[in-house]
Ligand binder design. Structure first.
Ligand SMILES: C[S@@+](CC[C@H](N)C(=O)[O-])C[C@H]1O[C@@H](n2cnc3c(N)ncnc32)[C@H](O)[C@@H]1O
Length: 267
C-alpha cells in the first residue's frame, strides 16, 4: 500500500517534497502557489519571468499528478494572467470540472483607471478520472427562511432539496482576510478557511489525505484538522513554517473538549 507519512509540515522546496511521496497516495491536492505577481515571500518565488514561471509550474504539476489516486481531484489557485496557459496544460492530463471564481469582495474604491479593476482569483478544479470523489451534501448551502416560505406551494412541499440546501455555484463570494479578522496570520496571501474547508469537505473523504505543496500560513492543514482529514504540507520559508506550527497548536487546542483543554492550560 502507498502510505505517505501524514500530518506533517515540512520546511522544504515543493519539488523535493513531491519527489519523496509515494505514487497514488493523495486524495486531494490543494495548490495555492505564488501567482508570479512580484510579491515578497521572503524569496524570489513570485518574481520569475513569465516563461520561467510557466516552465516551473509545469514541472511541479508533472511531479504532482502521479501522486494522485484515481478518485482524487485538484484545486489550483491562479489569476487570469496565467490561467489560460496553465488550464490548457492541465486539460491534456486531467478532467476539468470547473473554473471557480473567488470574488474577494473588494470594496469599490480606486482601482485601475485604464481597464476594469480585477477583484477575483481563478481556481481550476480538475479530477484524475471520472471516478472522482465528490460529496455534495457536505457543502450544500442552506436556503434562507424567506426562500423556503416563497416555495411553500404544494408542488414544493416535502421536496428534499428545499431542506438540504443548494449546490454551491462556481462564483464564491468570500471576503479576503483583513487584519481585523480573527483567523488572520502574518502572511501576505492567506486564503480564508471558508474556501479551503469547502474544498476539503467536498473532495476528500473523512480520514483521507490532502496535499498542499505551498502551505503559506497553513490554511489547508488547519482545515484538515478541523474536518478530520490528514495532511501533508510543504513550505519553503522557515518563518512561515513557524507560523503554521503555532497555528496548528491553537487549532488543536480549540478542538479539544473544554474540560481537557482547561485542565492542561490552567489560567
Ligand atoms: C500563495 S502563498 C500560499 C498561501 C496559503 N494558501 C495560505 O492560505 O496561507 C504561496 C506560498 O508558497 C511558498 N513557496 C514559494 N515557492 C515555494 C517552493 N518552491 N516550495 C514550497 N513553498 C514555496 C511561499 O513562501 C508562499 O508562502
Amino acid at each position: 500500500m502507498n502510505q505517505p507519512l501524514t500530518d506533517t509540515v515540512l520546511n522544504i522546496d515543493a519539488l523535493e517534497g513531491l519527489r519523496s511521496l509515494p505514487d497514488a497516495s493523495i486524495d486531494l491536492l490543494i495548490a495555492d502557489p505564488p501567482y508570479n505577481l512580484g510579491k515578497d515571500y521572503g524569496n524570489d518565488s513570485d518574481q520569475k519571468s513569465p516563461q520561467d514561471f510557466l516552465r516551473w509550474t509545469e514541472t511541479w504539476l508533472d511531479l504532482c499528478l502521479p501522486k494522485l489516486k484515481e478518485t482524487a481531484s485538484l484545486y489550483l489557485f491562479t489569476t487570469w494572467r496565467y490561467s489560460p496557459e496553465i488550464f490548457s496544460f492541465l486539460k491534456t492530463r486531467l478532467l476539468m470540472l470547473n473554473e471557480i471564481i473567488w470574488d474577494r469582495r473588494v470594496p469599490s474604491m480606486g482601482g485601475s483607471t485604464r481597464r476594469f479593476s480585477s477583484v477575483h482569483d481563478t481556481i481550476g478544479f480538475f479530477a484524475k478520472s471520472k471516478a472522482y470523489y465528490f460529496d455534495l451534501d457536505a457543502v450544500r448551502v442552506p436556503y434562507d427562511e424567506a426562500t423556503k416560505r416563497a416555495r411553500s406551494r404544494s408542488i414544493f412541499v416535502g421536496k428534499k432539496w428545499l431542506e438540504v440546501g443548494y449546490n454551491p455555484k462556481d462564483v464564491w463570494a468570500v471576503s479576503r482576510l483583513h487584519r481585523i479578522h480573527a483567523e488572520r496570520e502574518d502572511h501576505p496571501t492567506q486564503k480564508p478557511l471558508e474556501i479551503i474547508e469547502r474544498m476539503v469537505r467536498a473532495s476528500c473523504p473523512e480520514g483521507g489525505v490532502v496535499l498542499d505543496p505551498f502551505a503559506g500560513s497553513g490554511t489547508t492543514p488547519a482545515a484538515c484538522l478541523r474536518n478530520n482529514r490528514r495532511y501533508i504540507a510543504f513550505e519553503i520559508n522557515p518563518a512561515y513554517v513557524q507560523i503554521i506550527e503555532e497555528r496548528l497548536k491553537r487549532t488543536r487546542l480549540s478542538l479539544r473538549p473544554v474540560e481537557t483543554a482547561s485542565k492542561e492550560n490552567p489560567t
